[in-house]
Design a protein around this ligand. Structure first.
Ligand SMILES: C[S@@+](CC[C@H](N)C(=O)[O-])C[C@H]1O[C@@H](n2cnc3c(N)ncnc32)[C@H](O)[C@@H]1O
Length: 289
């Protein structure tokens, strides 16, 4: 641990932000690499006297910050860490950085299945860093979950994140195309959940460079109209869900009505578009018969 004066540190922090970037990214760097949490930072602003202890020196932290600004590389990839709900997750450029707006998908499940001691069986399709299914496996400790991804490297990260977050053994990971690795679970799922790639091609081409140059294309691109994967997931879901099992999907901000129609066309009932915290119809849910 390195000791420096709080005043020197606060001056350094102000200088870094004056070069560009945002408070949240700098806070992530300070927490994950420097060892200074958000609550430490708040306390320093209130009482800027005395010294503080850093895990790495300011020059090292500054070199990461400069790389973030110069190359537009997400700070989460440079630090190999992100925070999502109450989880601290490893992320590399093999997985999408789980987004704050996706956090709500877990609350949708909490609203449907209110009893945390329920013995559910659930699947997450396209788990990436494992964020959604790890949060669910921890919240429903008596349940069992299976999580899939097409990318073996992503599954290695998800498995590490699960081991680091929990001593439980109620989540298993499988590699393969959407439902394919789950053949032996046909008709058994209480619910399936997915935040699949849903960006239409023309939108993908125009994504900001910090997304397009660093995050995996396979995690973002949803074919020409963005609905390629959502369509495939919905069409096969009836084979895997129990009677009255739920399908819970995240979609692009303007796809809610189309996804709703796809669910209705595939004989889902209780179909509903759920808004995110900004009032965007980001999730679509339905129950199979
Ligand atoms: C939008 S990311 C979501 C990741 C994570 N669930 C989250 O919410 O942060 C989509 C994920 O689907 C995976 N994926 C893409 N195509 C797939 C396919 N055909 N079968 C299974 N997984 C796929 C990607 O590798 C990626 O991890």
């Amino acid at each position: 641990m390195l000791s420096i004066s709080v005043k020197e540190f606060l001056f350094w922090k102000k200088t870094q932000l004056s070069k560009g970037g945002d408070h949240q990214s700098l806070a992530l760097l300070l927490d994950s690499v420097g060892g200074i949490s958000k609550s430490d930072l708040n306390a320093l602003n209130i009482n800027p006297e005395g010294n503080l202890y850093l895990k790495k020196n300011l020059e090292f932290l500054e070199s990461i910050w400069n790389e973030h600004l110069l190359k537009s590389c997400p700070i989460q990839y440079l630090c190999e860490i992100t925070f999502w709900r109450d989880l601290k997750l490893k992320v590399t450029n093999k997985v999408l950085i789980p987004r704050p707006e996706t956090e709500l998908i877990v609350d949708i499940v909490f609203n449907i299945f209110r009893e945390k001691s329920e013995k559910l069986f659930f699947a997450e399709l396209g788990t990436g860093s494992g964020a959604i299914s790890i949060a669910l496996a921890l919240a429903y400790p008596l349940s069992d979950g299976v999580a899939t991804d097409i990318d073996q490297d992503a599954l290695e990260i998800a498995t590490k994140n699960y081991i680091n977050s929990s001593k439980q053994t109620n989540l298993k990971f499988y590699c393969g195309n959407w439902w394919t690795p789950l053949e032996s679970f046909k008709g058994k799922l209480d619910f399936a959940i997915s935040n699949p790639p849903y960006i239409p091609r023309h939108t993908y081409e125009k994504l900001p460079k910090e997304v397009k140059n660093y995050e995996p294309k396979v995690a973002l691109l949803g074919g020409e109209d963005g609905l390629k994967h959502i369509n495939e997931i919905i069409q096969k879901a009836p084979l895997f869900l129990r009677e009255r099992g739920w399908l819970i999907l995240e979609n692009h901000f303007d796809q809610g009505e189309k996804v709703k129609q796809l669910l209705i066309n595939n004989k889902f009932k209780s179909v509903e578009i759920v808004n995110d915290l900004s009032g965007v119809g980001r999730f679509t849910i339905g129950r199979y018969k």
